[in-house]
Design a protein around this ligand. Structure first.
Ligand code: GAR
Length: 212
């Protein structure tokens, strides 16, 4: 059974999708053992508590830089004996002391079709604002492994949704979450726990049935 530690900063709807998937018995060989928040008032903490999942708060604002924060986080992840770390709306860039220690064991969900609208400064609603500003007709979300560069690790799953003429950032965010994020993040976590993701030449591939 793999220990899944979920890192959050906000509302936690992606965490909720993971909890619901776990409660339906669809994450075989893994369970969420801890939720860590970078913000003391994140609603995601309440979602974890409602489901009897232990929580920890490591406030980002109490640390002067990414390195000192990451050191504290690394300590907690090691104590929790994390096998998989899931960034579910975690709004803090991790230093490489964490990404190197947990190479190919950290999964993030990003609300665009990477490599578009990603990297430093693109997070949450800002991504959807940029998508509307540019005028692209398709957007979506990407689930990927986390490496030293923001939003640049190996892509595991992607899904697309149309951008409609009347969209606001909020409406578009909701469509991307409902149709892609809440489905693909739990799916990638389940695949990881069943050892169904393989890495070749720094790229991630979901193993096909025949190959197993
Ligand atoms: C989600 O849309 C997630 O993809 C995004 O923030 C939102 C968090 O919502 N993450 C990023 O932008 C990370 N770069 P949630 O707290 O309700 O899951």
């Amino acid at each position: 059974m793999k220990n899944i530690v979920v890192l959050v900063s906000g509302g936690g709807t992606n965490l909720q999708a993971l909890i619901d998937t776990q409660n339906r018995g669809e994450i075989k060989n893994g369970r969420i053992t801890c939720v860590i928040s970078s913000k003391p008032d994140a609603y995601a903490l309440k979602r974890a508590e409602n489901n009897g999942i232990p929580t920890r708060i490591i406030p980002r604002k109490e640390y002067p830089d990414a390195l000192s924060y990451s050191k504290k986080l690394l300590e907690a992840l090691n104590e929790e004996k994390a096998d998989l770390i899931v960034l579910a709306g975690f709004m803090t860039i991790l230093d490489e002391i964490v990404t190197k220690a947990y190479q190919y064991r950290i999964i993030n969900v990003h609300p665009s079709l990477i490599p578009a609208f990603c990297g430093k400064g693109y997070y949450g609603l800002k991504v959807h604002e940029a998508v509307l500003e540019y005028g692209v007709k398709l957007t979506g979300a990407t689930v990927h492994f986390v490496n030293e560069e923001a939003d640049a690790g190996a892509i595991i799953l992607q899904g697309a949704v149309p951008v409609e003429n009347e969209d606001t950032p909020e409406i578009l965010q909701k469509r991307v979450m409902e149709q892609v994020e809440w489905k693909l993040l739990p799916k990638a976590v389940a695949l990881f726990c069943e050892n169904k993701i393989e890495i070749r030449n720094n790229k991630a591939y979901v193993k096909t049935e025949e190959k197993q």
